[in-house]
Write a protein that binds this ligand. Structure first.
Ligand code: DLZ
Length: 172
């Protein structure tokens, strides 16, 4: 067997999600880099609905930037019974600039989201792109640039949220 091209990427995800119609999923997104964020959020919503999550059960909140994502996600995880979620996706896009800001925010935001997974025992999906330039962000949001359409990672995050919510609730 000869392998050509890149082999990097996820294996095919499950295609059916029994029980997804009862799930409530939160999306908390940063407002920095809006074009990229809007596409990622739309991709996540699309895959949640495709998996069977009712539109009314998807709660979308925004925070100023990726630094605030852990607090935003925590607020949904600790919500009242009206506002309770089975999983939350933290969506942001950090684009490297000319100072160290990028490194600090990437490190803290990603660690913050992982901590919430374990503290709340509910899935918190890492939806933060940490890219070196705008082109990388546009490609990973499925917008693309220079003729490269790319792939919308938000779609993967929606399916990951459903798969993990069902796993932690014992449906799978
Ligand atoms: C300050 C900042 C910078 C420089 N870059 C980004 C970015 O690329 N993506 C993003 O989501 N947020 C950025 N921020 C804002 C911080 O995440 C945060 O909102 C502010 O520092 C206020 O706490």
């Amino acid at each position: 067997m000869s392998i050509t091209g890149s082999i990097k990427g996820p294996a095919p995800a499950p295609t059916s999600f029994p029980g997804a119609n009862k799930l409530r999923i939160g999306i908390v997104h940063a407002r920095w880099n809006k074009q990229i964020i809007d596409a990622l959020v739309a991709g996540a919503v699309q895959s949640l609905e495709k998996a069977g999550v009712p539109t009314d059960n998807i709660k979308i909140r925004s925070v100023p930037g990726s630094w605030e994502l852990p607090t935003g996600c925590q607020t949904l995880l600790a919500g009242s019974s009206d506002d309770e979620v089975d999983a939350v996706i933290g969506i942001g896009c950090l684009i490297k600039g000319s100072t160290m800001h990028f490194e600090y925010i990437c490190d803290c935001a990603t660690h913050g989201l992982m901590r919430l997974n374990l503290d709340y025992q509910k899935p918190v999906i890492l939806g933060i792109l940490t890219v070196l330039n705008e082109d990388q962000g546009l490609e990973r949001a499925g917008i693309g640039r220079n003729g490269q359409p790319g792939h919308n990672h938000g779609e993967d995050w929606g399916f990951a949220a459903v798969e993990m919510a069902l796993m932690t609730k014992g449906n799978q």
